[in-house]
Design a protein around this ligand. Structure first.
Ligand SMILES: Nc1ncnc2c1ncn2[C@@H]1O[C@H](COP(=O)(O)OP(=O)(O)OP(=O)(O)O)[C@@H](O)[C@H]1O
Ligand SMILES: [Mg+2]
Length: 300
């Protein structure tokens, strides 16, 4: 089996459907013949097991961090979806919600050694350091938002924090470069918002090699957008406007791979426990199968 394709799923705003999309996208990939791993990286608020219709797994990331489980694969449990496993982030210790640098590195390198065709990493809400670190650590990311302006704004903030965090992380111990990047992003009220392109141009004048490294990191990323809770044709277009803004300010080619309609059955599927893709909901299933098709075509 070749290396897994790891994709983070985030979006800034709480409750926009990150976990719903993670689970159903995974189920759609299984339907398409792939094996799938789920990682619940919503440390402190992990509930992916509940969305999958499972009890809290006996071992979690916490057992891996404390050494009770030697490898992450020991923590993985089968889910009710065939050909899939889950690693849960649920824990009792509050400190898991904010792991230190060494703990994060241990989790991140452990994930890269797991086996599956696709690994879906469900991130928590917000744009905290831990969320941004997980976003930046994997080259593929899905941003989820609903169509409300507040959610779109938070999705932009999530992407911006993750991208800048990833760029800063390229230069460990290089304080002058890190300061250059951080100063550039600092909110200068009254001035036009900075763009990554303009930062790269300034960087290139002063530190050409580092500017090239940053450009390469940005070019190697694959970034996708899924719009959730769409209630009509007008809302579908929100995704196009958002990708244009992200391209302009963050120099990220965000590919709009599909949308999920708003349907009460999706909320209901939480109560009946399980992905809608495996239940009888043709419209939602159609949305997810189209998303899975677009995603796999672009990741090939
Ligand atoms: N397309 C949809 N139509 C109807 N309800 C939806 C849809 N997508 C998600 N929901 C419902 O919205 C609620 C929040 O979804 P979910 O838990 O997936 O969001 P989240 O972004 O993971 O939240 P959190 O930030 O708390 O992790 C759930 O009750 C879910 O069933
Ligand atoms: Mg969630």
């Amino acid at each position: 089996m070749s290396d897994p394709i790891i994709i983070s799923v985030g979006g800034g705003k709480g409750g926009v459907g990150k976990s719903t999309i993670s689970i159903n996208l995974g189920a759609s990939l299984v339907r398409s013949g792939f094996s799938v791993g789920y990682i619940d990286a919503d440390l402190g608020g992990a509930n992916l097991h509940t969305c999958l219709g499972m009890r809290r797994p006996p071992a979690t990331l916490q057992h891996f961090l404390t050494g009770q489980c030697k490898s992450l694969s020991e923590v993985a449990v089968k889910t009710p979806i065939p050909q899939s496993w889950l690693i849960s982030g649920a824990g009792d210790f509050l400190e898991l919600a904010n792991p230190n640098f060494g703990q994060k590195q241990k989790i991140l390198s452990g994930i890269k050694n797991l086996k599956a065709d696709y690994i879906i990493v469900d991130l928590g809400a917000g744009s905290s350091n831990i969320v941004s670190d997980f976003f930046a650590a994997f080259p593929n990311s899905i941003t989820v938002t609903d169509c409300l302006p507040t959610s779109v704004e938070n999705a932009y903030g999530f992407l911006k924090s993750g991208i800048y965090r990833g760029l800063v992380r390229l230069f460990p111990g290089r304080n002058e470069i890190q300061k250059f990047i951080k100063d550039f992003t600092a909110d200068k009220s009254g001035q036009r918002a900075p763009t990554i392109d303009s930062m790269l141009a300034q960087m290139n004048a002063k530190y050409p090699q580092e500017a090239e490294q940053m450009e390469e990191w940005l070019n190697n990323r694959k970034s996708f957008l899924i719009l959730n809770m769409v209630r009509g044709p007008d809302e579908i277009r929100v995704g196009e406007g958002f990708t244009a803004i992200v391209q302009k300010y963050l120099s990220v080619r965000l590919r709009y791979i599909g949308y999920l309609i708003y349907t009460p059955e999706i909320r209901e599927s939480l109560r009946t426990l399980g992905p809608v893709v495996l239940q009888n909901n043709p419209k939602a299933t159609e949305c997810f199968m189209a998303i899975a098709r677009n995603l796999t075509a672009l990741l090939r």
